[in-house]
Design a protein around this ligand. Sequence first.
Ligand SMILES: CCCCCCCCCCCC(=O)SCCNC(=O)CCNC(=O)[C@H](O)C(C)(C)COP(=O)(O)OP(=O)(O)OC[C@H]1O[C@@H](n2cnc3c(N)ncnc32)[C@H](O)[C@@H]1OP(=O)(O)O
Length: 194
Amino acid sequence: MSGTSSTLRPPSDAVAPVRHPDAPAPGELLGAHYEHCFGCGGGQVHGLRLAARAGEGVRITAEFTVQTAHQGAPGLAHGGVLASALDETLGSLNWLLRTIAVTGRLETDFVRPVPVDTVLHLEAEVTAVAGRKIYSTATGRIGGPDGPVAVRADALFIEVKVDHFVDNGRQEEIQAAMNDPDQIRRARAFEVNP
Ligand SMILES: CCCCCCCCCCCC(=O)SCCNC(=O)CCNC(=O)[C@H](O)C(C)(C)COP(=O)(O)OP(=O)(O)OC[C@H]1O[C@@H](n2cnc3c(N)ncnc32)[C@H](O)[C@@H]1OP(=O)(O)O
């Protein structure tokens, strides 16, 4: 059984998403947007280290290998970890729009159990934009990019100003990210158009 609540259905005045002209080319790896991100950063020992790649249009593909630290039941991935992988993949889409946005709502279907050591093949796309609201959807397959769907999600991201992070984040990390001499890394930590 699956379903999407009405808040995740785009309104009638929603428009198609527009890929930013400076978005990474299709096939290009995005790399971590922030070293300490649980989803993609290399600085988190038990993080997902999810590797996302730009697709055509406003689409992303990504891979995540389930590690022993990601278990819920013995030998199986924790559902919250799988939701994180979907959230991270969906969040990466905003880099193709060059819009700063955070997850407002994430609805997840867990369709098949995902064993440790499995590579989860994720695909996500933005389906519509209505003002600050960005509607997107994702699937995660096992056994290969064309394998059966194990997880799927629909999400609503809300566009925010960079102040969202500056005002709410812990000062220690905000300052460290802002003091990074690398302009691109500094911009990507906050998902800002450099
Ligand atoms: C390579 C680099 C990649 C970068 C890759 C980055 C990956 C990062 C990881 C993935 C992303 C995350 O996990 S982000 C972290 C998790 N998310 C968060 O921490 C967000 C916490 N929530 C908030 O801060 C806030 O609630 C906001 C910003 C979402 C919304 O607050 P706001 O700015 O005051 O806006 P508000 O007026 O309430 O809402 C604006 C419109 O959105 C609707 N709306 C707001 N929230 C919801 C909701 N939950 N469900 C339905 N609808 C909602 C409202 O009804 C309204 O519609 P209308 O009246 O206009 O019609």
